[in-house]
Design a protein. Structure first.
Length: 201
């Protein structure tokens, strides 16, 4: 089941029904107990926590958790269109990381200090040099967002209808993104083309 969840990002059909139809037509001998779409969807949601644990395990194995500075940003992900009243949805949103209360809470809980560009109308401002530096490194995040959106299953077309469904699909998407880079960096395998390339590290 986890193999199917992760492989879905490399065979980017827009819907699970199309994806499972492709697997059933071409690889049923590998998955003789292939579930129908409804069962697959429920099983994938229930296994989201396990896929996330696998992703974190790979990060720990690479030692990336030992870094002391991280880039952080958000990307809006469309979830569903409202055909009925909004009270039928359990999605929510926020205004990012600007709130002083939120930053203070994060520091109290994790001892992590949040650095961010300030808006012109905010009371406290960064030094101009800090804002220029923060804006320059944000280009790394924008590049990552572009890569995630344009390789494999489009993150803006995950077709989720619940928060749990959205979370499980984003988790599997980011786990696939991590595996794609691990295969490339550690083994020189481009999983998108199945070509061998020179290892980068």
């Amino acid at each position: 089941m986890i193999t199917l969840i992760l492989a879905q990002d490399y065979i980017p059909y827009p819907s699970e029904t199309q994806y499972l139809g492709f697997i059933r037509a071409n690889y049923l001998e590998l998955f003789p107990r292939l579930l129908d779409q409804s069962q697959f969807n429920r099983r994938a949601r229930s296994l989201g926590w396990l896929v996330e644990q696998f992703r974190r395990y790979r990060i720990i194995r690479k030692g990336w958790y030992l870094h002391t500075q991280f880039l952080l940003d958000t990307k809006p992900v469309p979830a569903m269109g409202y055909k009925r009243g909004k009270q039928h949805s359990d999605f929510f949103g926020d205004k990012g990381f600007l709130g002083w209360k939120w930053q203070t809470q994060i520091f109290d809980q994790t001892n992590n200090l949040i650095w961010k560009p300030h808006r012109a109308n905010q009371r406290y401002q960064n030094a101009p040099g800090l804002d220029r530096w923060l804006n320059s490194i944000r280009e790394c995040i924008e590049g990552l967002f572009h890569e995630v959106q344009n390789t494999g299953r489009n993150i803006e077309r995950l077709l989720a209808k619940t928060v749990l469904g959205l979370c499980s699909r984003v988790i599997s998407k980011m786990t696939c993104h991590l595996l794609r880079h691990l295969l490339l960096y550690d083994y020189g395998v481009n999983v998108q083309t199945f070509e061998m390339v020179n290892a980068l590290v």
